[in-house]
Design a protein around this ligand. Structure first.
Ligand code: PMT
Length: 220
């Protein structure tokens, strides 16, 4: 018999980058392709979950039986997560949300100048930390893309943001993180750390979800 440990669970997953507009033709963003988040969504459905995928701008097809909401900016993503959070059993923040946005968004294309220029930036809302504060029965899983002291920073993030799990990837390693078809991560929880092997993102998503379903005592 097929095991469906996420049966009956409402799962919200974010994926991809966000885009923060400078003017009508320019933006600030990052290299997230959405592959890891889309793999999490597909695996969560295959394990029986009821999945809503909140996606930043990416070029990927929606996995079967997944409800997809497209967003652009960190603020849009915040709103989309926030309105669903109370009804959510498991929130998974795979998205690479911009930490900063341009302080002023021009309504018209900014003209080229003869001199150098600077872009003033301000902080976006931290979706994970805000939901961490609101959390009652929800299980929250964040991701952390790090380039150094991976476990130390991931452990700190988990505690600071009141998150049950942090999936830490060392994005300096070959085949890990942004844009790749594979990933290698360490899962940080209150009980310590667990390393997963290098796997295709879809297989890794299955491993991660089966592991946390078991930790949470969710039965098929
Ligand atoms: O999309 P791919 O190309 O497949 O790449 C996958 C990935 C590398 C993007 C993914 O595996 C990953 O690591 N995602 C998180 C990247 C990240 O932005 O990490 P962070 O350390 O900046 O943020 C930590 C956590 O806080 C993340 O869960 C992030 O979604 C969340 N966050 C961050 C900023 C913000 N304003 N709000 C947030 O909720």
């Amino acid at each position: 018999p097929k095991e469906l440990p996420l049966r009956g669970k409402k799962i919200v997953i974010t994926a991809g980058p966000t885009r923060e507009r400078i003017d009508p033709v320019r933006y600030v963003s990052n290299f997230s392709s959405g592959k890891m988040g889309f793999a999490m969504a597909q695996a969560a459905v295959e394990l029986g979950g009821n999945v809503t995928l909140i996606a930043g701008p990416v070029h990927l097809d929606t996995p079967p039986n997944v409800e997809r909401i497209n967003v652009e900016s960190a603020e849009d993503m915040y709103q989309a997560v926030s309105v669903r959070f109370d009804q959510t059993n498991l929130l998974i923040m795979t998205a690479a949300v911009a930490d900063y946005k341009p302080k002023h968004q021009a309504n018209q294309k900014i003209k080229k100048q003869d001199s150098d220029t600077a872009l003033e930036m301000e902080r976006t809302k931290d979706i994970l930390a805000t939901m961490g504060l609101r959390k009652t029965t929800q299980v929250i899983m964040g991701f952390a893309a790090e380039t150094n002291d991976v476990i130390t920073y991931a452990t700190r993030k988990r505690e600071k943001k009141n998150t049950d799990y942090i999936v830490a990837n060392d994005v300096t390693a070959e085949g890990v993180g942004f844009g790749t078809d594979t990933n290698q991560v360490t899962l940080v929880s209150k009980d310590g750390i667990k390393e997963f092997p290098m796997l295709p993102k879809h297989a890794l998503a299955h491993e991660l979800l089966a592991y946390i379903a078991n930790q949470e005592g969710w039965q098929s």
